[in-house]
Design a protein. Structure first.
Length: 338
């Protein structure tokens, strides 16, 4: 066994701690034939940490994660997404259930039966807020924000409703609200439109809201750093100029500069094979505006550009782009001299 490995994230060198491999693209996003890119320069401790804290999050609780379901890349577990908001969007289909918050079953890609939920309008923010049963204890509705208790829809009074998949879930919500001191009076009779008894599969247009927060950005930055290590070798990313990025990804230290880009993804790099495809993950590392920049795009969604190293440059022949399509071999791009 080689004993000269150094982990590119924590610099550990214990040869007994390099038994597994790190996938450059998290496994949840697919495999790429016999050329699924992996690294053996990430230690088992970092690998385990990333799997738990970053890969699982990116593959499930993000817009990118949920989009993979439509490509047939499903999860092995049915836990609902935690950091995403999926809302029934189309009034024609959802009827009285417009605004209902739902989750997707990651094992099937189908909408899950919704949990009972209390919707209330916040007049100060102009937003409808949604609370599930477990969030009701301790909930307060200050008059300045929500208006006064009273008839639904009357000016200056609460604008609220309960949506629930069953009579029992509805009544449990009413009870919880009353226990919390919120005098909710159920108005319109309850009707159950949801569930298998209707004979229809649960398929609705949903609106997805997701937040690009720090763990989400670190998960994306890790793919970019893995990509550099895979193509340029571990010695390159062990150089001090990568320390800032290394510490950001592994320890969440500081913050890197990231933006959504509207540039065409493969500008200057297209070949007969390397073209935009909406079933793929595209990755690129290049010199831009005096910085080293990584760009990544999942499927046909937006492109993230991140400054990986400020005020420095790669050798021009180190600039590289690849397209990864699940089930196919990766396609290499070339930077063309201008
Ligand atoms: Zn490590």
């Amino acid at each position: 066994m080689s004993n000269d490995k150094t982990c590119i994230y924590c610099r550990q060198t214990d040869p007994d701690r390099f038994r597994g491999v790190e996938h450059v693209i998290p496994q949840g996003f697919g495999r790429f034939g016999s050329e699924t890119p992996t690294l053996d320069c990430v230690c088992d401790d970092c690998n385990a940490y990333f799997g738990r804290e970053l890969d699982q999050l990116l593959a499930r609780d993000t817009y990118e994660g949920i989009s993979r379901y439509s490509r047939g890349l499903l999860s092995s577990e049915a836990r609902p997404q935690r950091r995403l908001s999926l809302t029934l969007a189309d009034p024609a289909e959802a009827g009285d259930f417009v605004g209902l918050r739902v989750a997707v079953d990651g094992t099937t890609g189908q909408l899950m039966p919704p949990g009972g939920q209390f919707h209330v309008h916040n007049f100060r923010t102009g937003e409808d807020e949604v609370y599930f049963l477990r969030q009701i204890a301790g909930l307060t509705l200050p008059e300045a924000d929500y208006g006064k208790p009273g008839t639904n829809g009357q000016k200056g009074t609460w604008k609220c409703k309960i949506l629930a998949p069953s009579r029992e879930a509805h009544d449990a919500m009413v009870e919880a609200l009353q226990r919390a001191g919120i005098d909710f009076r159920p108005g319109t009779p309850f009707q159950n439109h949801w569930g298998p008894e209707s004979g229809e599969p649960s398929s609705f247009l949903v609106e997805i809201t997701s937040e690009v927060d720090k763990p989400h950005k670190r998960a994306i930055a890790k793919i970019l750093m893995n990509f550099v290590a895979f193509h340029l070798g571990p010695d390159e990313v062990l150089a001090p100029r990568w320390d800032f990025l290394r510490r950001y990804i592994r320890y969440g230290e500081a913050e890197i500069k990231a933006r959504l880009s509207h540039r065409q993804f493969w500008t200057g790099q297209e070949t007969d094979q390397l073209r935009f495809r909406d079933d793929s993950i595209n990755v690129r590392i290049e010199n831009l505006d005096g910085n080293v920049v990584g760009a990544i795009q999942f499927y046909n969604l937006h492109t993230y550009e991140m400054i990986l190293i400020e005020n420095d440059a790669l050798h021009p022949n180190q600039e590289i782009g690849r397209r990864y399509t699940p089930g196919e071999l990766p396609v290499l791009g070339e930077k063309r001299s201008v």
